[in-house]
Write a protein that binds this ligand. Structure first.
Ligand code: ADP
Length: 590
């Protein structure tokens, strides 16, 4: 059942109480009034009986019943009442309204029985003679204290009631006025009681809708005032707590979204409670779509699902390595889980943090490869030197022609080792300086750098009759470390000369476009296969080992160029077509 408004609970109750009270008072007043009136009428009748008693007794004593009857009729008409005289035997001697001879014996009438006993009494009863309700008063007529007859005076009750009716009517009108007034007053009182409560209800609804700044007004009733104050205080506290929670939530959100690690929380049914942007990006899902769905639906990775199932089964944090296939490449993830608990300390799910360690693994691999490469690159010349030294010691030294040939080879191999070590040292120096941001840069003229690099390569170029052409504006300048940039250009020029046929051309062009200065070294040599272009900047990577070695290459030249460009916040790129030549471009910020 729908609950009723307080006003409609209070008002009808008040009204009912008022009406019942009015009806009770009205009934009590009417019956008291009737009682009082009947007593009054009975007293009147008694007084009337006493007044005519002497007259009737005198007439009775004459023994003339006809004159007694006439007297009764005369007195009855004058007093508008019925007068009857009855003998002690019950025989009616005279009656103001009926013929006494036709009336039956009255000895059984209660008022007559009382009067016979010398008592005066009044009775209301039905008159068999008249067929009406009557009020009777009977008094004994006595001579020398002996009851000789009974005088009875009666009045119809309807006449008495007629008079009472008008009084009842007045009481009813008065009560109706009081009832209407009470009804209005009840309405006002009910409203006064329910209004502050109604306002409390409205205020509570505003609180529930989130308007916690609303203030409930103090009521004029102590209890309601206390409730209003308590609710205002509660709203203030909730408001405070909500702002703390929102601030913490925003902080958590900021922390989560700025985390490089992928974070996801799942409930005990493996449904995603939340995930951060790194996780969404890692698994290629949208945060909004993913929330509430199961892990199996969102991320199809058996290893991760296995990890989550294991974590949910246990109560301790666990760690594992997971491989994820994304965009056709393998990603290595370090997964850590911890238990999520509710306020009661019950386990409600787990939090998984995934750290992409692919780069770390690659770096480790690069380091391992580097050590292997260095060892390998140095091992070959050392083995060769060792072999020839042993041959010399074993007697070849005594054959001058052979000894010279062997020593030439030894010198060549040591030069190669020297070149490798020089390159390695240069590389590590650049790396270290770049890492510590120690590379000094100053505004330098690009043309000067290019000219001095060309100068350093001139001999090699001339040996192969290669012409180097330079095009660069005199004013072109930017923040550079001149020796390093010179070395980068020398390395590119050296390669261009090495991998170009004799008599060809090498072009060096520097120009500025927008905020970038580009230095291009173009040759028309053997070029490089498209598939190998991405790898030539790796340390020790050479396309053709024998050829590179023959030409005195270490496989470190382009790696050095890449690091120098990086140290200038720039980059190096290559375009090449096998058989047509290559274009290497160093881009520097202007
Ligand atoms: P290297 O000391 O062997 O020249 P680099 O790091 O300078 O080592 O170059 C790596 C490889 O890139 C070389 O072995 C060579 O095969 C290729 N390469 C570099 N520059 C050129 C070029 N201008 N033309 C053709 N191939 C080149």
């Amino acid at each position: 059942m729908k609950p009723k408004r307080l006003l409609w609970q209070l008002y009808p109750s008040y009204l009912l109480i008022t009406l019942i009270s009015l009806a009770a008072i009205g009934w009590y007043a009417s019956s008291s009034m009737q009682q009082f009136y009947y007593t009054q009428v009975a007293e009147d009748l008694k007084a009337s009986a006493r007044v005519i008693e002497e007259q009737v007794l005198a007439s009775y004593e004459t023994g003339d019943s006809v004159s007694l009857d006439e007297l009764c009729k005369m007195l009855g008409t004058a007093g508008k009442r019925r007068i009857t005289v009855i003998e002690t035997s019950g025989k009616v001697l005279a009656d103001s309204q009926e013929n006494p001879k036709q009336m039956d014996n009255h000895s059984d009438r209660p008022e007559i029985i009382e009067a016979m006993k010398n008592l005066t009494s009044s009775k209301i009863r039905f008159s068999r003679t008249l067929g009406l309700d009557m009020m009777y008063v009977a008094i004994p007529l006595k001579t020398q204290d002996r009851v000789i007859a009974i005088l009875r005076i009666a009045k119809p009750v309807s006449a008495i009631n007629e008079q009472l009716k008008s009084i009842y009517y007045k009481i009813l009108i008065g009560a109706s006025f009081v009832a209407v007034f009470a009804a209005l007053l009840s309405l006002v009182v009910s409203r006064r009681i329910s209004k502050p409560l109604e306002e409390l209800r409205k205020g509570a609804e505003l609180f529930a809708d989130g308007d916690l700044s609303h203030k409930l007004s103090a009521g004029n009733c102590q209890e309601i005032d206390a409730v209003a104050k308590a609710m205002n205080q509660m709203a203030e506290e909730i408001d405070g707590r909500i702002s703390i929670i929102s601030r913490q939530r925003n902080e958590h959100k900021a922390v989560l979204s700025s985390m490089v690690e992928a974070v996801l929380a799942v409930d005990s049914q493996q449904r995603l409670i939340t995930l951060n942007s790194s996780a969404a990006e890692m698994f290629g899902v949208k945060i909004f779509d993913a929330k509430g769905r199961t892990l199996q639906e969102i991320i199809r990775n058996p290893a991760l699902q296995h990890f989550v199932t294991n974590s949910l089964a246990g109560s301790e944090p666990i760690e594992d390595n997971i491989t994820l296939l994304k965009d056709n490449s393998e990603h290595f993830l370090q997964a850590k889980s911890s238990v999520l608990q509710d306020e009661q300390g019950q386990k409600i799910g787990i939090l998984v943090v995934l750290n992409d360690i692919t780069k770390l693994k690659q770096l480790e691999q690069v380091r391992r490869d580097f050590v292997a490469n260095v060892s390998h690159e140095l091992k070959t010349p050392i083995t060769s030197v060792k072999g020839f030294v042993e041959t010399l010691l074993e007697g070849a030294m005594k054959k001058p022609a052979e000894a010279k040939r062997f020593l030439d080879i030894i010198a060549k191999q040591t030069n190669r080792m020297d070149a490798i070590i020089d390159d390695l040292l240069a590389l590590s120096r650049i790396e270290q300086q770049a890492e510590k941001a120690e590379i000094e840069r100053e505004n330098g003229c690009i043309k000067d750098v290019l000219e001095s690099a060309i100068e350093l390569c001139r001999n090699k170029a001339q040996t192969k009759q290669i012409e180097i052409e330079l095009r660069c504006a005199d004013a072109l300048a930017t923040n550079i470390n001149m020796p390093l940039l010179e070395q980068a250009v020398v390395n590119l020029l050296d390669n261009a000369i090495k991998y170009s046929p004799a008599g060809s051309k090498v072009g060096v062009v520097a120009a500025q476009a927008d905020e970038q200065i580009s230095i291009t070294v173009t040759d028309f040599g053997c070029g490089i296969d498209k598939e190998l272009l991405a790898r030539i900047f790796e340390r020790f990577y050479v396309v053709d080992k024998a050829r590179s070695r023959k030409l005195g290459g270490t496989g470190l030249g382009l790696a050095i160029v890449k690091h120098i460009a990086g140290a200038h916040n720039g980059s190096v790129t290559v375009e090449s077509k096998p058989g047509s030549g290559s274009i290497f471009t160093i881009k520097l910020p202007a």
